[in-house]
Design a protein around this ligand. Structure first.
Ligand SMILES: C[S@@+](CC[C@H](N)C(=O)[O-])C[C@H]1O[C@@H](n2cnc3c(N)ncnc32)[C@H](O)[C@@H]1O
Length: 442
């Protein structure tokens, strides 16, 4: 078995696990069992095939004798991985075709090998016409699912194509300096000595963007807890929360602890940070991160929607980093293009509103609650917050004044509705939404 075929087979298994059973790419890559030497290539192929898969699927539909939906997930994945290499990859075309055909046998699709070979060779001959036909469709032009393109064009008519283009980019690696241990400049200097070029982010003072990706586990500063991985847009939650020493803070959806750890790093002397998450496995990752960074919090496993979980407790600050569609972080997780459906958005918005309704009573008078998502859809953002504000007379929206804590923040698109939306491709970050709400002091 050639190494080339083995890495293609691992990529195909990972992509098929997303397309078929609907598992996340993180899980399917871990299960795909690529040998260490083949891992980097199989990961790159799986990410690329899913990132550009909606365009490549349109191409495949022009090549197949039978409908796409009637093919097994493995055959669909073989076509996406093969076409991705031919259109976007570095391998010589003949090697891309022969290793993908060999991979068909390795993933139990020996009978489809001839058909895969014929499709890939025909793509080489008829590339321009096939791509032109694909690009006449929304999905082909944008490499995103049709429903999401439609929703973005409705929500952000002026910015939609920038957001879609950013969704196809390779994301940068962004670090957060651990403010308890060193300054951002000191971290940049330490990395520079190792030949790693970084640049600062004006509105996120602890962030450093790395020009070239690397495996963070090989970085001594990461292993020793001097830095963490966190996009610049995610680093805005802590300054917007505005917590001060002596206050009790609830992070209600805390795992894996990115924002909780940032809060502890940047605001020493809190009375207590309760870091709650409903998922025990994910809550364990909060503990791992606290340990690596030398921090302490009250980590609890529990459902924020269950009134018994936090009964009788009071907090001066509450962070709700709500579960959401993840449509703001598609460049990091291209499987979201395949896993998320239009029908998911209504139930997500209902749960987000429930989280606001359930946790608001725990906020002390004069306290602040920050609602966050990594979605770019108004249904999960401004619409949820506007509905909550309309039903909650003692809640005041203070996002605009809270954002004064973020000098250098690029102007964000102002449309009707509360909150601050950072859009990928516009702000140069992942897509995040923030709304700061204060409880009128009585
Ligand atoms: C967007 S993630 C949070 C990311 C985290 N704040 C960070 O910065 O690393 C959302 C989290 O909410 C948790 N979650 C979802 N529903 C919940 C609930 N009802 N109660 C508590 N946690 C919940 C999920 O398990 C998930 O870990």
């Amino acid at each position: 078995m050639s190494d080339g075929a083995a890495s293609r087979a691992a990529a195909v298994r990972a992509v098929a696990g997303v397309l078929g059973p609907g598992q996340t790419l993180e899980l399917t890559l871990a299960a795909a069992g690529a040998a260490p030497g083949a891992r980097a290539l199989s990961h790159a192929l799986a990410f690329g095939a899913l990132r550009f898969g909606h365009r490549l699927k349109k191409v495949a539909e022009g090549l197949l004798a039978r409908p796409w939906e009637s093919q097994s997930a493995e055959v669909q994945a073989l076509l996406l991985v093969g076409l991705f290499q031919l259109e976007y990859g570095d391998a010589p075309p003949h090697a891309a075709v022969s290793t993908t055909v060999a991979a068909a046998r390795l993933v139990g699709e020996a009978r489809a090998a001839g058909m895969i070979n014929a499709c890939l060779r025909r793509f080489q001959r008829e590339r321009e016409a096939l791509l032109a036909a694909a690009d006449r469709t929304l999905g082909g032009q944008s490499s995103h699912p049709d429903w999401l393109v439609t929703a973005l064009k409705r929500d952000w008519p002026a910015e939609a194509w920038q957001v879609l283009e950013a969704g196809n980019e390779h994301p940068p690696l962004v670090l957060r300096a651990n403010a308890r241990q060193l300054s951002t400049a000191a971290l940049a200097a330490e990395l520079a000595v190792a030949g790693i070029v970084t640049r600062p982010v004006p509105f996120a003072p602890h962030a450093l963007v790395l020009e070239r990706p690397l495996d963070v586990r090989e970085l001594p500063a990461f292993v020793a807890g001097r830095c963490s991985v966190q996009d610049a847009a995610a680093q805005l939650a802590v300054p917007l929360l505005g917590a001060r020493a002596g206050e009790r803070v609830l992070d209600a959806c805390a795992a894996p602890g990115g924002k909780a750890c940032q809060l502890l790093e940047e605001v020493p002397g809190l009375a207590e940070l309760v870091a709650l998450d409903v998922d025990p496995g994910r809550a364990a990752r909060i503990r791992d991160n606290l340990r690596r960074l030398g921090l302490e919090a009250n980590v609890r496993v529990g459902d924020a929607l269950d009134p018994a979980t936090l009964r009788g407790e009071r907090f001066e600050r509450i962070l709700i980093d709500a579960p959401c569609s993840g449509t703001g972080v598609i460049r990091r997780h291209p499987d979201i293009k395949w896993l998320r459906r239009r029908e998911d958005i209504g139930p997500l918005a209902a749960r987000q509103r429930q989280l606001l309704d359930s946790l608001w009573p725990l906020l002390a008078p004069g306290g602040r609650l920050v609602y966050v998502t990594c979605s770019v859809l108004k249904a999960e953002n401004a619409a949820v917050v506007a509905g909550f504000l309309a039903a909650t007379p003692e809640a005041a929206e203070v996002t605009e004044s809270a954002s004064l804590a973020l000098p250098g923040l690029p102007p964000w698109p102002r449309t009707a509705g509360p909150g601050l939306a950072l859009l990928p491709g516009v702000a140069g970050t992942d897509g995040f939404y923030y709304a700061c709400l204060e409880r009128c002091a009585r």
